[in-house]
Design a protein around this ligand. Structure first.
Ligand SMILES: Cc1cc2nc3c(=O)[nH]c(=O)nc-3n(C[C@H](O)[C@H](O)[C@H](O)COP(=O)(O)O)c2cc1C
Length: 195
């Protein structure tokens, strides 16, 4: 059973993003995954200071690192802020590196009125720089896609559900391939040999 961490990457309670992430999480569950959700607005996560060992013992930092280490795959949701991911989600990334390597992620975004492309690309790039693998499609919902607080666009709903299924599917496959690669010698281990 793949273990999926769904991350709600807003620094405030954001019902639209929460509902999008929950929809993908439910689809991953129906595909056989165990899903946990991390709401960054509920964590008192300080801005990461590299080399600050005291931060490592904070409950919020431990939760970030332990939940990421637990997961085989991720559903990462961000609001689009100034054409990029939220500061809260980038800060989450900054606490992590080995916990994301060889893992798989699908990305979701909400946006005021844009397409979300830049924020989605930012999340995917960041995940890849941590040596993770990303799903080659994604989903974004703008304010216009909601009616009375409910996602009213069936095409977006379908894409989000596809992402949940795919994250469950590929997290398991990529994780297995990465573990096998770790057992190889030298360059034959590829990226897994760097971890
Ligand atoms: C600091 C900040 C920057 C934002 N930048 C953008 C942006 O570049 N493009 C955009 O379409 N919406 C932008 N927004 C709107 C957010 O994407 C939107 O608030 C978020 O997706 C949550 O949706 P909601 O406010 O309808 O709940 C920004 C919001 C904030 C607070």
């Amino acid at each position: 059973m793949p273990k999926i961490l769904a991350v709600c990457g807003s620094s405030r309670k954001d019902l639209r993003l929460e509902s999008l992430v929950a929809l993908a999480g439910a689809a991953a569950e129906s595909a056989g995954a165990e899903v946990r959700t991390l709401h960054l607005d509920r964590l008192e996560l300080p801005v990461m200071v590299f080399g600050d060992e005291a931060q490592g013992s904070l409950a919020s930092v431990r939760e970030v690192r332990e939940s990421a280490a637990w997961a085989d795959g991720f559903i990462l949701g961000t609001p689009e802020y100034h054409g990029s991911m939220s500061g809260a989600l980038k800060n989450w990334f900054d606490y992590l590196y080995p916990e994301l390597a060889g893992k798989f992620a699908g990305v979701l975004a909400t946006t005021g009125g844009g397409t979300g492309d830049m924020s989605i690309t930012a999340v995917k790039t960041c995940f890849q720089w941590c040596h993770g693998f990303v799903l080659p499609f994604h989903a974004c919902a703008s304010r216009a896609a909601y009616v009375d607080g409910e996602l009213a666009d069936d095409k977006i709903r379908e894409r989000v559900e596809r992402i949940g299924h795919d994250v469950a599917r590929y997290a398991a496959a990529i994780g297995q391939a990465f573990e096998t690669a770790r057992g190889c010698e030298g360059v034959a281990a590829g990226v897994a040999g760097l971890h």
